[in-house]
Ligand binder design. Structure first.
Ligand SMILES: C[S@@+](CC[C@H](N)C(=O)[O-])C[C@H]1O[C@@H](n2cnc3c(N)ncnc32)[C@H](O)[C@@H]1O
Length: 402
């Protein structure tokens, strides 16, 4: 498995090449295998767009961003069938979804071989799974043009990828898989209703092999994140275990207050193409924000966490006068954790270095308001950095068969 940032960089010229070819209505032809041995686009820069191309794609990105993240008019619409919007998706959102997927897949404790990507679009999660070591991947979506692009990308990269047309009212593609991914699609289904989304995920989970996972990634918006947490609660109440990011096994405490939600944030090396398009479209895209869930198939238990008092950090650092504070969520729920700068010591100074998504173990805290305060005696240890698995306890020795 390669370095995700480097792998993503390798995808950028492929995305651009496939976009240029499809823009002209060309057939999928991998680079270097063109019948004439030369492309007309030979003179165009491989790794970035020309000024004119940026302008055209940037307008599509602006329209997509408005329709998917602002007024939401495009959520559930057939925007992938519009060549301008599909092109904008491919060049801007594809790299973002790919990076989000790599950072989520790095949290799995086992490496999936067989993968199905539902609502794949042009396949960022499917290719992320292949790059993370999967050996057979099926991408399924209702948009034929999006699947065509996924096939063209597979050809361009010399990867094997199967595709299938699918939408939730149709049966799922056959087979069982080590991993099923659903990237930014659940929020577009069933007109916002939670119960049919949860029922769909239950059906999908029936297709996950034992010890496998269903990974759901959603936009980090308040409404889409809260809706995902409601789906989570519906599944948890049916006995499903969450492998990540939750350490708390009850109803999600972020749903208690209307103004709360829970999302992840990862630092990433933003490809120049994404940076250029964000600037052209007038968007800010610095860190990688998403909401996600890794779910276990029915009957599998929640992982036993390592011992001690554990919390996942679920906010950015909330600065106060002379102190640092985070919201954190652990096996006992969601609380505030705070420490005065004057109490910094050898054993607790990591508290000033931790970030959203990290899982920490702490000792010697005191009850304070709605949370706990760290003291000079407190210890802080990072059990898993954001995007890394919280390893379960090894099985007790001497309990093997025989
Ligand atoms: C925002 S895109 C996500 C693409 C890709 N999974 C990603 O994470 O970047 C949402 C995808 O869901 C698909 N989709 C939306 N509604 C759908 C439906 N009812 N049935 C099947 N696919 C659907 C769209 O065609 C689109 O490809």
């Amino acid at each position: 498995m390669g370095d995700p940032a480097r792998d993503l960089e390798q995808w950028i010229p492929r995305l651009i090449a496939v976009w240029r070819r499809h823009r002209k209505g060309g057939k999928a032809q991998p680079q270097g295998r063109h019948p004439r041995g030369r492309f007309e686009e030979d003179d165009l820069p491989e790794g970035n767009l020309t000024h004119d191309e940026l302008r055209v794609v940037g307008a599509g990105v602006k329209q997509l961003s408005m329709g998917l993240t602002r007024d939401r008019a495009l959520a559930g619409a057939r925007y992938m069938d519009d060549p301008k919007l599909l092109g904008a998706y491919l060049l801007f959102y594809w790299p973002v979804s790919y990076a989000q997927a790599r950072s989520t897949l790095s949290e799995l404790t086992s490496r999936p071989r067989s993968v199905m990507d539902l609502g794949s679009g042009p396949g960022p999660l499917a290719f992320a799974a292949l790059d993370a070591g999967a050996t057979s991947v099926l991408a399924a979506d209702r948009s034929k043009p999006a699947l065509e692009l996924a096939k063209a990308l597979a050809l361009e990269a010399g990867e094997g990828l199967a595709t299938r047309e699918w939408s939730p009212e149709k049966p799922l593609p056959d087979g069982k898989y080590d991993l099923i991914t659903m990237g930014h699609v659940v929020n577009e289904l069933f007109n916002g209703q939670i119960a049919p989304r949860a029922q769909l995920l239950e059906k999908v989970l029936e297709r996950v092999n034992p010890n496998g996972s269903l990974v759901v990634i959603e936009p980090a918006l308040r409404d889409t994140s809260r809706a995902l947490l409601q789906v989570r609660d519906a599944l948890v109440s049916q006995g499903y275990a969450v492998r990540a990011p939750c350490l708390f096994r009850g109803n999600c405490p972020a749903l208690i207050k209307e103004s709360d939600w829970c999302h992840a944030e990862r630092s990433w090396r933003m490809p120049g193409l994404v940076e250029d398009l964000a600037r052209t479209a007038g968007l800010h895209k610095e860190s990688l924000k998403m909401s996600y869930l890794v779910l276990a198939p029915k009957g599998e238990a929640w992982a036993t966490p390592p011992p001690g008092t554990l919390f996942r950090i679920v906010s950015e650092p909330l600065e106060g006068k002379g102190r640092r504070r985070f919201m954190a969520c652990g096996p006992d729920g969601r609380i505030g954790l705070a420490m005065q700068e004057k109490h910094e010591s050898e054993t607790n100074r990591l508290f000033f270095k931790i970030a959203r998504g990290d899982v920490i173990r702490i000792t010697d805290t005191e009850e304070r308001g709605d949370g706990r305060a760290l003291t000079e005696k407190s210890t802080v240890e990072v059990v898993a950095s954001a995007g890394r698995p919280v390893l379960p306890l090894p099985a007790p020795a001497g309990r093997g068969p025989g």
